[in-house]
Design a protein around this ligand. Structure first.
Ligand code: KG4
Ligand code: ZN
Length: 330
């Protein structure tokens, strides 16, 4: 059985994982840099790159030890090659190139978004192409038709902020700290989602895209007014995001034929209220709803190893000249 080593270093998580071509996760190790970035309220690229350098080799060693393997027994080396913070991406990709070259193994340069997009097939091996994917993370908010490895159609994207970015900025405005998504979700459980009137940008329009910048400005005004509690603002904000995500996804579902499931992936997919709303939307359309477990939704290396496995299976191999890309649309 083919064994794939996957490396992830595009943002503030350093990770290494070993996955088999039939979807068994032999090991997955992750080091988060949350503490290093917390004083700045967001990810500092230079700090991130240095932390990846320190963390990556020990994580690879640890993953191999967990799987009771040596590098010789690995068949394929996969690493995130973008999009992301370029210093961090280079740490992972150059490490993968060195390992692939030294051990004489094929290299696969994985688009981080493809990692998220294919991760639901790692947790649910029955999920078939094509499926509709809502990809919601700190850097992206897209609806994709996933037809196969390397074969995507983008049905919608954000014209300004990503959904996770909106959560992070709202958390900052509310003084809830970094990373913001989980903090806003926690505060929202104590609040009234109808308490604060907030806009739903682009709701009901024929324009297929997302927009969250206006929502963020409205949250800022609500905070500055001093009229509302933190839980009420958090709950109202979260409800506004849910309404936008559902409206845009419903519109996309109305236009797609022959899809097997509605799937959500990316860090924001860890949000339970968002999951529940999407589950209901899928049921309304008679579709199964697939969401990876929480740890597989946020950044990790198992999804990168798995995307490597899927690409390797169809012969999509890269050579050692493949570049690291800060921007790389799917
Ligand atoms: O996919 P991810 O780990 O990294 C990127 O590729 O961006 O996503 C991180 C994003 C952050 O913006 C974070 O605030 C958000 O996902 N997030 C959440 C939750 N957990 C993480 N947003 C809302 N609710 C959550 N529970
Ligand atoms: Zn991500």
């Amino acid at each position: 059985m083919t064994i794939i080593l996957g490396l992830e270093s595009s943002c503030d998580e350093t990770a290494a994982a070993l996955v088999t071509a039939d979807g068994r996760i032999l090991a997955h190790r992750l080091a988060t840099q949350e503490e290093a970035h917390r004083p700045y309220g967001g990810v500092v690229p230079e700090i991130a790159a240095r932390a990846h350098v320190e963390a990556l080799s020990p994580l690879i060693e640890a993953a191999l030890a967990d799987a009771e393997m040596t590098l010789d027994q690995v068949d394929v080396i996969a690493a995130t090659a973008g999009p992301g913070l370029i210093g961090g991406v280079m740490v992972g990709l150059v490490t993968a190139k060195a390992l692939a070259h030294a051990a004489g193994k094929p290299l696969i340069a994985v688009n981080h978004l493809e990692g998220h997009a294919l991760s639901p097939r790692l947790s649910d091996r029955t999920l078939q192409f094509p499926y509709m994917l809502l990809l919601v993370s700190g850097g992206h908010c897209q609806i994709l038709l996933v037809r196969g490895p390397g074969d995507y159609a983008r049905l919608a994207t954000t014209i300004d902020d990503a959904a996770g970015e909106a959560f992070d900025k709202t958390a900052k405005l509310l003084g809830l700290g970094y990373p913001g998504g989980p903090q806003v979700e926690k505060a929202a459980t104590q609040g009234d989602p109808k308490a604060v009137p907030l806009p739903r940008p682009l709701l009901g329009t024929a324009e297929p895209h997302f927009s969250f910048a206006g929502l963020k400005s409205a949250v800022m005004r609500a905070v500055q007014s001093g009229h509302h509690s933190t839980p009420d603002i958090a709950a109202s904000f979260q409800q506004a995001v849910i309404d936008c995500l559902i409206d845009r996804t419903r519109r996309a579902l109305g236009q797609a034929d022959g899809i097997t499931a509605l799937v959500v992936a990316g860090g924001v997919a860890a949000n339970q209220a968002i999951r529940r709303a999407l589950e209901k939307l899928a049921a309304d359309h008679g579709l199964p709803f697939v969401a990876p477990p929480l740890w597989l939704c946020t950044d990790n290396a198992a999804m990168i190893a798995w995307a490597g496995a899927e690409r390797f299976a169809v012969g999509l191999i890269d050579d050692l000249t493949v570049p690291a890309r800060p921007r790389w649309p799917l």
